[in-house]
Design a protein around this ligand. Structure first.
Ligand code: FPP
Length: 248
């Protein structure tokens, strides 16, 4: 039987900044919340397509810690969509072997969302086809700062030394300590035409290939994911080294 760690380390780690829901709705004369509802459908399409495209870990930026600044009705709609997604997709995730995890702060989530997170994580734990991570109330800077703080406290207690990078990486997701060190992102996709990282997986994206597309998130699906991966495969990854040369 494959362990969760197998699932997490096999295949590519693709991360997506799902942008453009509001603009997608605006051009259709609809409220922003309609864009988010259409975005939730795009999440389902993308998750279904991922395992068939050699993706082992998929991390989706669903709600940044700065998104609390949005109007209360938009925040409430988003929270409802997360809760409904978790409740509605858990059985499908179990069936398909998807290990669903939520990363980010939990202390500000509404009780019903938190309960749905815990239930979904418990039911899907050990799925070995895909690790699906939803980033909710997530800030990469906060995650790195919290990991450093935790590490400093532990270090002060034990006086231990070691590979600080490895140790810090292992503390980036304190809700899933069994998951081990954070996986580097291979490919970061941002939809909606903007070209920035918006405080998403800053540590894990150190050597990620970046792919920006004008496609609005609600229009994203298997075909667009495949196009991003095709572009990724054309890139040469050097990780600071030199280009591969023909040896003749
Ligand atoms: C950014 O688009 C999108 C968000 C802040 C929310 C992402 C949420 C979803 C895709 C739907 C629900 C998610 C799950 C996991 C069920 P924007 O609103 O900033 O778009 P804009 O730049 O066009 O205004």
């Amino acid at each position: 039987m494959q362990s969760t760690l197998d699932a997490a380390t096999r295949g590519l780690h693709v991360a997506i900044i799902m942008d453009g829901n509001g603009r997608w709705a605006a051009v259709r004369g609809k409220p922003r919340t309609a864009g988010h509802r259409a975005g939730a459908k795009a999440v389902r399409r993308t998750v279904e397509a991922a395992p068939g495209l050699s993706i082992g870990t998929l991390t989706l930026y669903a709600f940044s810690s700065d998104n609390w600044k949005r109007p209360p009705d938009e925040v409430a709609t988003l929270m409802r969509l997360f809760r409904d997604y978790l409740r509605g997709q858990t059985a499908r995730c179990v069936e398909k072997g998807v290990d669903l995890r939520v990363i980010g702060r939990r202390d500000r989530l509404p009780d019903d969302v938190l309960a749905a997170v815990r239930a979904a994580e418990e039911s899907t734990a050990g799925g070995s086809t895909l690790v699906l991570r939803l980033a909710v109330d997530y800030s990469a800077r906060d995650a790195i700062a919290a990991a450093a703080e935790l590490l400093a406290r532990e270090g002060a207690r034990s006086g231990a030394e070691g590979d600080v990078r490895e140790a810090l990486s292992g503390h980036l997701d304190p809700e899933h300590p069994g998951a081990g060190a954070a996986r580097d992102v291979d490919l970061l996709i941002r939809t909606g035409g903007e070209q920035r990282l918006s405080d998403f997986l800053l540590w894990e994206c150190a050597y990620a290939e970046l792919y920006f597309t004008p496609v609005m998130w609600p229009d994203f699906g298997a075909e667009q994911l495949e196009a991003a991966l095709a572009e990724f495969r054309r890139r040469e990854r050097r990780f600071g080294g030199l280009a591969r040369v023909a040896t003749g």
